[in-house]
Design a protein around this ligand. Structure first.
Ligand code: MG
Length: 268
């Protein structure tokens, strides 16, 4: 069931959004060559402990697409891993492509956001292009999230950007409704038909999350941890995500992140 939020509920969701955006910003600043993935996880753990009313959406999460309860505070996906990456004992190397996906509830409201970047000096232009594509697709999806449009307009806008870049699109995982729980209705696929589907209206809060792999739309679950999704052909992936609210005046980004142009464009 799709639940619409009142104006005051959307206001109440903003602290969670700023909290998640702030942590991702800080992680992007401090994640370097040599940073261990478990350090990233511990950083998030500590921030949650220090924040009254904050609760991880990941710890003990056990949906049917994972194996057993998730046991970490953040998803860290590196290189050919693109979604649901389980942090493990690994020191990042020059040129690694890192995707951080973080969902936390604050005072009972969830915010969900993801960012990808390359660490070190040896940045492959192809990796930067892939990341840029997910960012542009996210911005296009948000821009299409206008009252009166349809859900398919968001999906179509996201998919169009991937097509323009020439990246394949996987439809198994996409965006979703956000509220008191992390994964609610509606599902927001990363491609779809314009002018089709649920009619968008003020009060709809969703995560839009384009993620693409360079040369395949096939993924497999890493049997080592039962969660991490990797590209079938070893090609790298990237992921950009914001939780947004549709208002009378258009879409606003709830997961505001300092230095992020998309947050600034849809500040509300
Ligand atoms: Mg997410």
């Amino acid at each position: 069931m799709i639940e619409l939020k009142t104006h005051s509920e959307i206001e109440a969701m903003k602290p969670a959004g700023r909290f998640v955006g702030g942590i991702l910003h800080d992680l992007q600043e401090r994640t370097k060559v040599g940073t261990n993935l478990l350090e990233i996880d511990e950083f998030v753990h500590q921030r949650i402990v220090d924040r009254k009313g904050a609760q991880s959406c990941y710890v003990d999460y056990a949906p049917d697409f994972g194996t057993g309860p998730f046991a970490h505070y953040i998803c860290v996906s590196v290189n050919d891993a693109v979604l649901h990456g389980v942090p493990y004992d690994y020191d990042l190397k020059d040129g690694d492509l890192v995707s951080l996906d973080l969902a936390i509830s604050v005072d009972g409201w969830v915010a969900d956001s993801a960012v990808s970047f390359v660490v070190g000096k040896d940045k492959d232009p192809e990796d930067l292009r892939l990341i840029k594509c997910t960012q542009e697709a996210l911005a296009a999806g948000i821009a299409a999230a206008q009252p009166g449009n349809r859900l398919g307009d968001i999906s179509h806008a996201v998919g169009d950007v991937a097509r323009a870049y020439g990246y394949p699109i996987n439809l198994d995982f996409g965006g979703h409704g956000v509220g008191h729980i992390m994964h609610g209705d509606p599902h927001v696929p990363n491609d779809g038909k314009a002018h089709h589907g649920y009619k968008l209206r003020p009060g709809l809060v969703i995560a839009i999350e384009p993620w693409f792999l360079k040369t395949t739309d096939e993924i497999y679950q890493d049997p080592k941890d039962g969660w991490t999704l990797r590209s079938e052909d070893g090609s790298r992936g990237a992921h950009s995500e914001h939780t947004i609210a549709i208002t009378e005046d258009g879409p606003i980004v709830l997961t505001q992140r300092e230095g992020d142009p998309i947050s600034a464009e849809f500040k509300g």
